[in-house]
Design a binder for this molecule. Structure first.
Ligand code: ADP
Ligand code: MG
Length: 401
C-alpha cells in the first residue's frame, strides 16, 4: 500500500484528504467528536509540512442534494478548534465557493468542503457519473490522501475514483486501523469472541456467515436478537424483526453447531411500551416477550440484566474480542444497561479488545468511558467488519501497487 510517509515533499502542494468526519449530531451539536479527533494527526502533519490542505468528507445519508441538517459546518468548526488554527468552510463541494477557497489557500492552510453526498455523483451506481464528480474534485489537488477508514469498503467517487485520478496514498489513520485489525485476522489469541448488535440487522447477518469459521464464540445483542429468537420459534412482539432472514438465521445456527462455535443469545430482554424515554418497561424472558404487560405491542429495546452479566462474563474469559453494535437503544438511559455492561467488560479484558462501529464508538464515549480504556476504537463499522470477513476493500485496493 502506498503511504503518506513515503511522500518526500509536501511543501506548497495542494493535498486533498478524504476524512470520515461523519459524526453524530443533535441539531448542530456534535455528540461524539471521535472521528474528527482521529482525523487530526494526518491533517496536522500535512499542515506542518506546508501543504495546502483540502478536507473532504460525507456526513449522514443526504439524498444527493444539499440538505442543511447534514452540513459539515459544525465538523469544520470543531476541526479548527482541535487544530488550533482557522479552518475555512466552503458551503459547496465543487462550486464557486469551493473553487475560490482552494485558490486562496496558503501553505499550511486548511479548507473543509461541504458534504460530498450533497452531490449525486458521490454515491452514484453509475461509474461514469462517479468519475465525472471525482474529476471535478481532482482539479483541486496535486495529491490525494485517503484517510477515511469508515468508507474504504465503499466504491464511491471520493474513495475509489478520485484515488485513480491523482497520485494517491493512505494516511496515518488508515495505517493505524489496519495494523490493529490485522492482529484480529492473522492468528488472534484464543478464545476469540465477537459481540454483534446494533440495528443494521440484514447488513450484519451476512457478516456472521463469514465470521463463523474464525471465531470461538459469537454473542448476539441489539436489534439482531429478535430474528434469532424468531428463528427458534419465539414471538417477539413489535421488536425489530427481519422476517425474510429467519431461514438464513436458522442456517447460521446449524452451521455454528457444526463448527463448534457457541452462539450466545440473551435470555432476558428489556421490553418497552413504546419507543422513547418516557416508555414504561418490563424485563421478560427472551422466550416470553409477549407476556410483558404490553403484549404484542411490546418492543425489545435492550438485553436484560441477566444477559448483560452473562455477556460480561463471556467477554472476561476471552483473549481477543471484537465488538460491533450497541446491545440496546443506548441513546436512552433505561435501554443502555446491556451496552454499558459490555463496554465495561471490554475495559477490564486481559487481552485485545476492539470496538468498531460509529454508534458503538459513540456509545462508549457517551456512557463515560475513555478511549484509552480500550485496546482500539475503530472509526469504521462496516469497513472493519468487511475487513474481518477477509473481503477486499475497494478503497484500500486502489492504494496498492
Ligand atoms: P454501529 O454504528 O456501531 O455499527 P448500528 O448502526 O448497526 O451500529 O446500530 C446502532 C443503533 O442500533 C443505535 O442507534 C441503537 O439505538 C440501535 N439499537 C440497538 N438495539 C436496538 C433494538 N433492540 N431495537 C432497535 N434499535 C436498536
Ligand atoms: Mg451506525
Amino acid at each position: 500500500m502506498r503511504k503518506l510517509s513515503e511522500i518526500s515533499s509536501l511543501d506548497g502542494k495542494r493535498v486533498i484528504i478524504r476524512c470520515d468526519l461523519n459524526v453524530p449530531l443533535d441539531g448542530s451539536t456534535i455528540t461524539d467528536d471521535g472521528r474528527i479527533v482521529a482525523s487530526v494527526p494526518t491533517i496536522k502533519y500535512l499542515v506542518d509540512q506546508g501543504a495546502k490542505v483540502i478536507v473532504i468528507s460525507h456526513l449522514g445519508r443526504p439524498d444527493g442534494a444539499p440538505d442543511a441538517q447534514y452540513s459539515l459546518e459544525p465538523a469544520a468548526k470543531r476541526l479548527g478548534e482541535l487544530l488550533s488554527q482557522p479552518v475555512f468552510f466552503a458551503s459547496d463541494t465543487i462550486g464557486s465557493e469551493a473553487r475560490g477557497a482552494v485558490k486562496a489557500l496558503d501553505r499550511g492552510g486548511v479548507v473543509v468542503l461541504e458534504n460530498l453526498r450533497f452531490n449525486a455523483g458521490e454515491t452514484s451506481k453509475d461509474e461514469a457519473e462517479r468519475r465525472e464528480f471525482a474529476a471535478k474534485l481532482a482539479d483541486f489537488g496535486d495529491l490525494f490522501v485517503s484517510d477515511g477508514f469508515g468508507v474504504v469498503h465503499r466504491k464511491q467517487a471520493s474513495v475509489y475514483e478520485l484515488a485513480q485520478l491523482l497520485p494517491s496514498v493512505a494516511g496515518f489513520l488508515i495505517e493505524k486501523e489496519l495494523e490493529v485489525l490485522t492482529r484480529l485476522t492473522s492468528n488472534p489469541e484464543r478464545p476469540y469472541a465477537v459481540v454483534l448488535g446494533g440495528s443494521k440487522v440484514s447488513d450484519k447477518l451476512v457478516v456472521i456467515d463469514h465470521l463463523l469459521p474464525t471465531v470461538n464464540k459469537l454473542l448476539i445483542g441489539g436489534g439482531m436478537v429478535f430474528t434469532f429468537l424468531a428463528a427458534q420459534g419465539f414471538k417477539v412482539g413489535s421488536s425489530l424483526l427481519e422476517v425474510d432472514q429467519i431461514e438464513t438465521v436458522r442456517g447460521y445456527i446449524a452451521r455454528a453447531t457444526e463448527l463448534g462455535v457457541e452462539i450466545v443469545l440473551p435470555t432476558d430482554i428489556v421490553v418497552a411500551s413504546k419507543f422513547g424515554a418516557d416508555a414504561e418497561t418490563s424485563v421478560t424472558l427472551a422466550s416470553e416477550i409477549e407476556s410483558s404487560p404490553f403484549g404484542a405491542s411490546g418492543l425489545g429495546l435492550d438485553i436484560g440484566p441477566d444477559s448483560a452479566a452473562r455477556f460480561a462474563e463471556e467477554i472476561s474469559q476471552a483473549k481477543t474480542v471484537f465488538w460491533n453494535g450497541p446491545m440496546g437503544v443506548f441513546e436512552i438511559d433505561k435501554f443502555a444497561g446491556g451496552t454499558r455492561a459490555v463496554a465495561k467488560a471490554l475495559t477490564e479484558l486481559k487481552g485485545l479488545g476492539v470496538v468498531g462501529g460509529g454508534d458503538s464508538a459513540a456509545a462508549v464515549r457517551i456512557l463515560g468511558f475513555e478511549d484509552s480504556q480500550f485496546g482500539h476504537i475503530s472509526t469504521g463499522g462496516g469497513a472493519s467488519l468487511e475487513f474481518l470477513e477477509g473481503k477486499k476493500l475497494p478503497g484500500l485496493e486502489v492504494l496498492n501497487g
